[in-house]
Design a protein around this ligand. Sequence first.
Ligand code: KIV
Length: 272
Amino acid sequence: MSTQNKPFKKLTTHRLLEMKQRGEKISMLTAYDYSMAQIIDAAGIDVILVGDSASNVMAGNETTLPITLDHMIYHATSVVRAVERSLVVVDIPFGYYQGNSSEALRSAIRIMKESGAHAVKMEGGSEIKESVSRILSAGVPIMGHLGLTPQSIYKFGTYTVRAKEEQEAQKLIEDAQLLEDCGCFAVVLEKIPAKLAGQVSQAIKIPSIGIGAGPNTDGQVLVVHDMLGITKEFNPRFLRRYADLNQVIDGAVKNYIQDIKNGSFPNMDESY
Ligand code: KIV
C-alpha cells in the first residue's frame, strides 16, 4: 500500500541521521511477528529490529546461535507485512556472514529480496570489514553491533558488561569509527559502560542505539518480550519493564479455563 497520502513520514536511514543531528532520541524495539509489529509500528516506534533474539524468545533456545537464515526471513516477512511507518532492520544470523564476504552478500541479498526489509544488522567490527564493505557496495544499508555481541557468547564465556578494560574500550571506539567510515548508518552498543557509550556516540556522526549502555547514546533498544514483561526469568539491571503481560495473560487464560469448566462460556449471545 502506498504511504504517499498517509499522515506520517516513513522512517529512513537518512531521517535517523537527521534525528541525531537535531538531538532527537531514536526508539527501537524488536518484533518477530505480524501482530506485534502492527501494534508497535502504529504506536510510533522509529525502528523495528527483527533480532536473532527470536532464537531465544520465539524458539526457546538458550542462545542466538541456532536460528537459521530461513527462520529470520520468515519472521522478517511477517513483520514487513505489518509495518507502515517504521524502518525494519533484520539480523543476519550466526554462520551466514562470518565465513567470507560472498556468503555475507548472498545472505544480505536474500533477506532484502525475500522479506522486503529495509536494512540488515551484523555483529562485529574490523573482523567483518570486508563483508560489511561488500554488502554496502551492493546498496544494502547496515546497522553495526558492538560491545556484547551475543553471537560470540562462547568466545566471551559470559553475558557480563564488555569493554571495561582500556584495550577493549579503545578497540570498540576504533570499530565504531571503522563501521562509520565503511558507510554503516547506525550502530548498536550493547552492555558497555555508560561513559564509554557516550564517548563513542560523540566520536561518530551516525546514530548509536544502546541496550544496557546508559543514557548517552542516540537511541535505545529493548527486546519487546522483555519490556512487556512476557519473559520472566531475564532480569538484567538495564531492563525496564513497561507492563506485566505475563500476569495479564496468566489471569486471562485462567478465567477462560474456569468459564469453560463451569459452562458460562459461551453464553447464548456468543452463539449462533
Ligand atoms: O537480537 C536482538 O534482539 C538484538 C538486540 C538486543 C539489539 O540484537
